[in-house]
Design a protein around this ligand. Sequence first.
Ligand code: WT7
Length: 648
Amino acid sequence: MSSETLANLLREERRFEPPAVLAANANATTADHERAAADRLGFWAEQARRLSWAVEPTETLDWSNPPFAKWFADGKLNVAYNCVDRHVENGLGDRVAIHFEGEPGDSRSITYAQLKDEVSQAANALLELGVRKGDRVAVYLPMIAEAVVAMLACARIGATHSVVFGGFSSDAVASRIQDAQAKLVITADGGYRRGKPSALKPAIDEALTKVEGVDHVLVIRRTEQEIPWTEGRDVWWHEITARQSTEHTPEAHEAEHPLFILYTSGTTGKPKGILHTSGGYLTQTSYTHHAVFDLKPETDVYWCTADIGWVTGHSYIVYGPLSNGATQVIYEGTPDTPHQGRFWEIVQKYGVTILYTAPTAIRTFMKWGDDIPAKFDLSSLRVLGSVGEPINPEAWIWYREHIGGGKCPIVDTWWQTETGAVMISPLPGVTETKPGSAQRALPGIAATVVDDEANEVPNGSGGYLVLTEPWPSMLRTIWGDDQRYIDTYWSRFQGRYFAGDGAKKDEDGDIWLLGRVDDVMLVSGHNISTTEVESALVGHPSVAESAVVGAADVTTGQAIVAFVILRGGVTESPELVEELRAHVGRTLGPIAKPKQIKVVGELPKTRSGKIMRRLLRDIAEGREVGDTTTLADSSVMNLIQLSNTGSR
Ligand code: WT7
């Protein structure tokens, strides 16, 4: 975020009272914060009772071996039973769980009773294919209802799912399958994106030439396009599930049984497999979905526009909403297919009441024009959510006015893959909102801002966001690497979780998030590490060295800007730059493609050889270059600036 945006943020003085109608009947109350502050563990024990336990936990938190937490450790439950069966047993089998809207316009509504049958059949199919409790299953799917069924089927039998975003390349899938040692992969022939079928299965075929240990590939038929087929290994989902019983008795798993692994970018190249477990995770996703979105499952129609491949999809499409018996919309495609009003058409069609989306999408809609949402009836909306990166006040106000009709509270929810569920957010009906601020830690959550020496900063000052107490949906470790878990999150500030975000407390003590302080970029709300993109670039035969920075971008929050030094004998050309962008796309996936690549003769380095990204960011954002005194060679910046002007 540029310093100008930051200054604007902190000058923001608009305030919005919670609407009276909503406040009168809100799930959250003004007393919740105080109640949780008085007895934090008691508060979470009470939230755990939102769930159905096969064995009720008597213990809330075991923090005897920090930072390795155990929540509700002596309890047992089945996560899928909590998300599906119990609603059917409670007489809600006819309630729609999922309104699926395909990009080409096909749609299907699935009730909780039907979902129970489909999840049971899929669970039986996984068992037939030899998957057992504790095995890992990789999931690589488009945004179709079967993705939810697949995840729940894994949870049901105690297999740990590792969902890999469908936009990732075969290399990225291969390394994730390898790291998790997945035994089975669930994929689809393809999905619809931007008006045409886009293939998925070939990426799996390619990934499996590089990794071993995968016995079967379960393939969902979505696009019916031609795909390669390996006899004996590949199995059609529709064929194997059709012959399974719709009955499957859910076994109770330990509260700390691994529910899923989800990979996120680290500051060093290797992605981190974030491990989440069952009881604590479901408790917090369920509670936060209820309180932060004010969900009324009988009447609300909820829509989270995230992809299932990100944590937002895990927590706020699958586990939070379904554990609460919500009716929700799942949309397969892009927001501008076949026209730029597609989202608003969907809100109108299903009467969506709660919408959860990302600042990057909101800024795109702003760019497309006010007249587009104005053509649709959005009056059903009553709560709006934002997630993924700081939302600038202008986008917040636009969202409120043009989507929320000036009447819906906006919940700006701060959290991470690692936190598993929302941690800092206004509560609808309770909080007087401030455009651009996530404001206050939720009841039961302890967050603050500290300076370099770990001292809590006074109101009106900035520093680093830390979490000071363990929380139920916290990551339990990095898969296979306890030491990296300790080093990454618990070593910067003794005994506190370091989130990697800069933050400021305003005069009221409310928290404003200011973006990442480490080498992770946030592009359209997606976490991409500078190191990963750099490694991809130097993996190309023409590149000798590279340095990557995230530069402020009006639409995507940050955009990837790469500086590269070419190998001797290679000459710069527009074609080469295009080829390098495509190369990164192929290696890491299209979202990691640099927006700009600048060919330079040198890179700015400290005497110890560390690239000074701060200086490159100054160039990328068109600023005066800052302090260069720690550079090994201070003339380097002049050279880079010269070649930079030359390339425009
Ligand atoms: C990073 C985590 C949480 C699901 C999506 C991203 C940034 C997230 C906000 C917000 C300011 C935010 C942070 C965080 N972030 N939400 N409301 N305001 N920043 O999950 O990929 O793990 O990324 O996203 O920088 O650390 P993720």
